[in-house]
Design a protein around this ligand. Structure first.
Ligand code: SAJ
Length: 414
């Protein structure tokens, strides 16, 4: 069995760029994914997700012979876990973390891990997950008869990713990082590893501080977006222009209100705050309320569309954008997708959809609406609902838009 420098488990939006950049720095890397088609695509030098320049990086990594993909881990000196941390939705709308992928990835290491190996958790995780990761691995080693193994034989670290979809390759190199070890030696080992491509500072801390810092960063953003979204709903209620109010307020030297939108999506900001709420429900009032405010915004947009549609006989509604944010193809937790799906249920309404980043309609919308080009959709529509500020929509004809009822949830055409 070939021995690698690094084995990366999970070849998604985080694992694939990370595995590739290590490979281009001369490390031999095995990328592991449970989905065979993902493994085949990468071994072919191609990618299964959309991110600027990632195709070039992966091709270079595979062609160098340093990156290979497989469905099972192999021996390596370093294991990086970058699998999803999804959630379960409770009846009251609260979301609780589901660590099944982190657990199964960790347990799969028992076959290949050896004394002195470094095990890094990159997936965004609730406080205490790195400790759980250690316990799962030791437990699995015991189950497999490898008794005598102790947590002191391995180095466990949480080194959360912080890269922004759409700018991942740049931020992978230039963002500061946090290396939180179960021991100081572990944190230092991970820092030394990431220094081979990260040009920014890498801060050493304990695992729990690293876990909560990452969750705090995304919750901070969620709370600030919630403020902007709440302001937009206040302005709608008062018949005022929120974009004008924000423009003026932001001229204050210490005010920087973010941009309202149709809600908050993606697999990070819409999810991670719940990990804090779950851990400290009595204390996390503001963080929970921000989630509730942002979660309500799609219903507010839907109500606006229904009000306008109710005034037209058999209205045609054009929904512009399905992705969770501008210029990406990611539809996970996308408020735009949820709003479009709900608009399709408006009686008598015909819906046309534009999403330049997908080739076909997602499952949820099939048979309910048509996928058109932006120009065609706007031309046939009575109501145009701008849900995502994709740059492709900037060139739409203003005179044509001026003839339509426009609901611009992002202030894109202001
Ligand atoms: N959004 C607004 N208004 C704004 C900014 C964003 O409505 O002013 C919406 C977006 O449209 C989108 C959502 O918020 O639906 C999240 O978008 P985003 O660009 O703020 O963040 P993500 O989810 O793409 O990436 C975040 C980043 N975290 C922070 O900026 C604190 C990134 O650095 C993390 O690595 C990433 O989460 C992650 O993986 O955790």
């Amino acid at each position: 069995m070939k021995k690698f420098d690094i084995c990366v488990l999970g070849l998604g939006y985080i694992g694939l760029p990370t595995a590739s950049i290590f490979s281009t720095k001369g490390k031999s890397v095995l990328g592991v994914d449970v989905v065979q088609t993902v493994v085949d695509t990468i071994n072919d030098g191609r990618i299964h997700i959309e991110e600027p320049d990632l195709d070039i990086l992966v091709k270079a990594a595979v062609q160098s012979g340093n990156l290979t993909a497989a469905t099972k881990p192999s021996e390596a000196n370093v294991f990086i876990i970058a699998v999803p941390t999804p959630f379960e939705e409770r009846k009251d709308g609260f979301r609780i973390p589901d660590l099944k992928y982190v657990e199964s990835a960790t347990r799969s290491l028992a076959q290949v891990v050896k004394k002195g190996d470094l095990v890094i958790l990159e997936s965004t995780s609730p406080v205490g997950t790195t400790e759980k990761m250690r316990d799962w691995l030791i437990d699995e080693l015991v189950v497999q008869g490898k008794t005598g193994a102790t947590d002191l034989d391995y180095y466990f670290v949480h080194c959360p990713e912080r890269i922004l979809p759409g700018q991942m390759l740049k931020e992978l190199v230039t963002n500061d990082r946090i290396s939180g070890g179960l021991t100081p030696e572990a944190a230092l080992k991970a820092k030394e590893l990431y220094e081979c491509f990260c040009t920014a500072e890498i801060f050493l801390t304990d695992a729990r501080s690293a876990e909560l810092s990452k969750l705090a960063e995304n919750s901070f953003r969620d709370v600030n977006i919630a403020f902007a979204n709440e302001l937009s709903m206040i302005c709608d209620h008062l018949g005022m222009d929120v974009w004008e109010v924000i423009r003026l307020s932001n001229r204050h030297p210490r005010v920087n209100i973010l941009t309202p939108g149709p809600g908050v999506g993606g697999h990070c900001i819409a999810v991670d705050p719940w990990f804090i709420v779950d851990a400290a429900p009595e204390q996390a009032n503001l963080i929970r309320t921000a989630r509730v405010v942002n979660g309500h915004k799609p219903r507010h947009v839907l109500a606006q569309v229904k009000k306008k549609a109710g005034r037209i006989k058999n209205p045609i509604v054009a929904c512009l954008g399905l992705a969770f944010k501008a210029n990406v193809d990611d539809l996970r937790e996308s408020p735009a997708l949820d709003i479009t799906q709900a608009i399709c249920e408006i009686p008598e309404a015909e819906v046309v959809v534009v999403e330049p980043h997908v080739k076909e309609l997602p499952e949820k919308l099939r048979g309910k609406c048509d996928l058109l080009s932006a120009e065609n959709a706007v031309e046939v529509a009575d109501i145009v609902v701008l849900l995502v500020d994709h740059k492709d929509f900037a060139s739409l004809s203003r005179p044509v838009l001026a003839e339509k009822i426009v609901i611009d949830t992002r202030g894109f055409w202001k």
